[in-house]
Design a protein around this ligand. Sequence first.
Ligand SMILES: Cc1cc2nc3c(=O)[nH]c(=O)nc-3n(C[C@H](O)[C@H](O)[C@H](O)COP(=O)(O)OP(=O)(O)OC[C@H]3O[C@@H](n4cnc5c(N)ncnc54)[C@H](O)[C@@H]3O)c2cc1C
Ligand code: FES
Length: 261
Amino acid sequence: MDAPEIVEINEVRDETPTVKTFILDKKIKAEPGQFAMLWMPDVAEKPFSFSRLGGNIEFTLRAVGSFTQKLFNLKKGKVLGVRGPYGGGYFRIAGERICVVAGGVGLAPLMPLIDRIIEENKKVDILFGAATEKELFWLSELKSKKNNVLIATDDGTCGKKGSVCDILRDQVAEKKFDQIYTCGPELMMKKVADLAVREKIPCQVSLERYMKCGVGICGQCCIDPAGLRVCKDGPVFSAKELQNTEFGKYRRDASGSRCSL
Ligand SMILES: Cc1cc2nc3c(=O)[nH]c(=O)nc-3n(C[C@H](O)[C@H](O)[C@H](O)COP(=O)(O)OP(=O)(O)OC[C@H]3O[C@@H](n4cnc5c(N)ncnc54)[C@H](O)[C@@H]3O)c2cc1C
Ligand code: FES
């Protein structure tokens, strides 16, 4: 297992009241959907997907718990340990007519994929859902690329009121997508994956599980019952592979005990 490389933070950007992007003084060759382990000495080490590739690497995080809240206190000039890129299962571009379904900060891992789809001159519909308008980010950038961008918010403050899955259902009824990509809260992704399987549309899902080693050794991130390792075989899986697994039902905490999603 590689030792973390100590890397300086070049810039911190506020995206929403709860989401920040950290731009690091490092370039890494990686694929869309791959991730790195970020280490804060005396705190912990946790996995985060690249939210931008090509130039200096970027990570876009939502503050939810102890690690992310401490990371949010780090300013430009401070350092982080970085190891990676990791993830043998990443987003593979396939087909011409593509639909990307993002929930909240789940847009972040999808951004390098969206960049690549656009570079390849393919058509992409981006469906983005969040709790409220203030939690939407990168909208002008997404729209400036002339993509079809459709928004849903839980409280109806922007776009359609309700779930992004409702928009997906309508879009699938109207258009013939070759491929769907999704990242966001697991219950949202489960609905997307089930719809895709039902409609026979190939679908790639980016999964989160508690990780320790990040490289396939410790078994912490295994998915029941097949034992797929999210860090090594994923984090991106096909919706078909995830059928009849724990996906959408439960996950495991740091001790390995089952807990709800
Ligand atoms: C491959 C991979 C890529 C990831 N990429 C990103 C990324 O790009 N950006 C990002 O913000 N996170 C990402 N994560 C999640 C990240 O690794 C952490 O698990 C997450 O940030 C929570 O860590 P924490 O210690 O701050 O919170 P914890 O102390 O672990 O959790 C605190 C509370 O928040 C809940 N919680 C945990 N995660 C979430 C969540 N995502 N949304 C809402 N509630 C949650 C927990 O159930 C708990 O109740 C990724 C995870 C994996 C496995
Ligand atoms: S985190 Fe150790 S096997 Fe995945």
